[in-house]
Design a protein around this ligand. Structure first.
Ligand SMILES: [Zn+2]
Length: 389
């Protein structure tokens, strides 16, 4: 086990009943707020009404920034930074899913910085301070409400950065809003949570049996709840547990004392940067094809994972078949199609992926060279659906 630091944690308000408490926490950071949103779905799921009424009750003032898209762009972040500076905003609150929360994180570190915010993502600079910010999370998956990660795009270049300043001061998990999501929206988000855990689990650090066991039991309950959600068995309770597991996956304990992997997310960021697919759909796609390739070399660790996921001892090859059947059951896709030659597209993606990683291989658990990465992308893109372009 390695030495590690566990930094400060956000205050978590788990459930829509805590809106007033969360707004009181907001009041500790000033009087003027910027609320950041994606689409109008915050009206349909009631989040907009719940939050703004509580803010009004406290006699606090706010401005609004709308239109954050999936795979959020630096342009929207710059717009937010400008608004905060012009209006004398004290604190930012993101209301939505992972893309809104990533935008808010980047605004918060960009406001006190004199250069351009993209410098933090191009590697030119590191954040040294931040404007206080909080989150109201209305979708499941990203774990952005507790994570120290932030993903931002500049055109089709997508970069991920990790820093303690990217952890919010406080977060509200809006379960009422989550109940408005459809099963088909939730299940890909669950795969994102699962991969956040497996990227911690797939480690070659010795003597990490305890955190391995924590990862495996977390995976077991993600799969259990995905099945309950798909079958509409105690649906609301299952969504609630998934929202909690999303926090557990990202808050830090599962990653403590070990070298983690990250290959699936690195491959996915290039894929969604180029094809604009949502992160949750992209990560399900990459994970399956990565697992199929890597399980042939790292059998034992995969066999333990499959035992936790599917409740029986299996060899790696059998585990991949069960994973494929699980994808079918959950309505998840492990192959997409594109117009044009998938092999050529895969080569291009692999070249970008290795370049973005800044070394000749990607991943720590199994180091993937450019040719292996191209092979994984080619499998991802060889479906007939023509869904990406
Ligand atoms: Zn993710």
């Amino acid at each position: 086990m390695q030495d590690f630091i566990l930094g400060s944690r956000p205050e978590i308000y788990f459930g829509s009943g805590y809106v007033k408490d969360m707004v009181s926490a907001l009041g500790r950071y000033g009087n003027r707020f910027l609320l950041v949103f994606g689409k109008k779905s915050v009206f349909e799921n009631g989040a907009y009404g719940r939050i703004t009424s509580a803010i009004k009750e406290k006699n606090l003032e706010w401005e609004e920034l709308w239109g954050v898209e999936p795979n959020p762009q630096v342009g929207k972040v710059r717009e937010g930074i400008d608004l905060v500076r012009r209006k004398g905003i004290d604190c930012v609150l993101g209301i939505g899913g992972g893309s809104v929360l990533d935008t808010v994180k980047a605004i918060a570190v960009g406001v006190p910085y004199h250069g351009d915010v993209w410098d933090f993502f191009s590697g030119k600079s590191k954040p040294k301070e931040m404007l206080p910010y909080g989150c109201v999370v209305t979708t499941v998956g990203s774990g952005s409400e507790v994570s120290r990660g932030c993903v931002l795009s500049n055109g089709d270049i997508k970069r991920s950065q990790s820093h303690d300043f990217f952890r919010p001061k406080f977060s509200l998990v809006d379960l009422k809003a989550m109940e408005c999501l459809s099963t088909d929206q939730i299940l890909p988000g669950c795969m994102d949570i699962l991969v956040h855990v497996t990227e911690r689990y797939f480690s070659d650090t010795p003597h990490i049996e305890y955190t391995d066991a924590l990862c495996l039991v977390t995976v077991k309950h993600i799969v259990r709840n995905m099945k309950r959600i798909k079958r509409h068995e105690e649906w609301e309770e299952a969504v609630k547990e998934i929202a909690y597991l999303s926090i557990i996956a990202q808050e830090g304990y599962l990653a403590s004392g070990r070298r983690t992997d990250g290959a699936c997310h690195q491959l996915e960021h290039v894929l969604s940067g180029v094809y604009g697919v949502s992160h949750t759909v992209g990560i399900a796609l990459v994970f399956f094809n990565w697992a199929r390739k890597v399980s042939a070399y790292k059998r034992e660790k995969f066999e333990k994972l499959f035992e936790s996921m599917f409740g029986k001892e299996v060899e790696a090859e059998e585990g991949i078949k069960l994973l494929s059947a699980f994808y079918d059951e959950m309505g998840l896709t492990c192959q997409y199609g594109i117009k044009g030659d998938p092999k050529k597209a895969a080569q291009n993606l692999a070249e970008v992926c290795v370049e973005e990683c800044g070394r000749s291989t990607v991943g720590n658990f199994m180091e993937l060279d450019q040719e292996t990465i191209a092979g994984i992308y080619a499998e991802c893109l060889k479906g007939n659906g023509g869904r990406f372009e």
